[in-house]
Design a protein around this ligand. Structure first.
Ligand code: AP5
Ligand code: ZN
Length: 217
């Protein structure tokens, strides 16, 4: 299956993507995680991306589209993938359509996670992620690590993302409404959008998502 996950910052995209990708046996491709991996390796791409991410703005399309395409061309993504955080504006969605068309394949669904803004703010404020692997995500109240500050999965140190400050989160939400939400209409016109509520326990949301994707199958 080829799926795009969309939703505001803090909706739980990364959390759900980890379970969905495992259940569906497809790789989880997160452009945010790819950028963060570049930042921790201190690559040129990482340095460039960090300046945009810390301000809550989108990293320029020229850089992002190439990086996403390279990842989608890896052997593990030949038969499907779950995209998390890409595309994030209409020109990225158009670039993705072109890439899929060139490979004569299509998206199966765009899963839209709906969460009220006050919940998103609570989720982001308590989020802690692992320094060794940013796909290991915790929350101080909703999914605390067994030992405070230490990742259950790999023992890495847990920290708060630089872009999770109140001011940057406000900007990220604004960018989501103005630049990312329009892709929902773009994909609705293609009949691909399935919207589910992302409220409730993580497992409940995963079940809702799997049911919605089965109906699209
Ligand atoms: P990115 O990393 O994609 O961040 P985001 O979209 O803002 O989303 P988040 O990672 O903040 O949230 P999430 O929805 O994954 O939530 P999570 O599962 O962690 O992008 C960061 C930046 O990179 C962008 O601002 C931009 O600069 C750049 N970038 C990335 N892609 C780009 C692109 N395509 N183009 C240009 N720039 C790009 O959950 C949040 C918290 O809630 C966690 O603590 C979790 O434990 C908790 N939680 C999750 N589910 C539940 C639940 N059901 N109940 C209670 N708590 C829950
Ligand atoms: Zn870890």
């Amino acid at each position: 299956m080829r799926i795009v996950l969309v939703g505001p910052p803090g909706a739980g995209k990364g959390t759900q993507a980890a379970y969905l990708a495992k259940n569906l046996s497809i790789p989880h491709i997160s452009t945010g995680d790819l950028f963060r991996a570049n930042i921790s390796r201190q690559t040129e791409l990482g340095k460039l991306a960090k300046s945009y991410m810390d301000a809550g703005n989108l990293v320029p399309d020229e850089v992002t589209i190439g990086m996403a395409r390279d990842r989608m061309e890896q052997p593990d993504a030949v038969n499907g993938f779950l995209l998390d955080g890409f595309p994030r504006n209409v020109s990225q969605a158009e670039a993705l359509d072109q890439a899929l068309k060139a490979d004569a394949v299509e998206l199966d669904a765009v899963l839209d996670l709906e969460v009220p803004e006050d919940e998103v703010v609570k989720r982001i404020a308590g989020r802690r992620i692992c320094r060794r692997d940013s796909s290991h995500v915790f929350h101080v109240v909703y999914s605390p690590a067994k030992k405070e500050g230490v990742c259950d999965a790999c023992g890495g140190e847990l920290y708060q993302r630089d872009d999770d400050s109140e001011e940057t989160v406000r900007r990220r939400l604004e960018v989501y409404h103005t630049q990312t939400e329009p892709i929902i209409d773009y994909y609705r016109a293609q009949g691909l959008v399935v919207t589910i509520s992302a409220l409730g326990k993580v497992e409940e949301v995963t079940r809702r998502a799997m049911d919605a994707l089965k109906r699209e199958d």
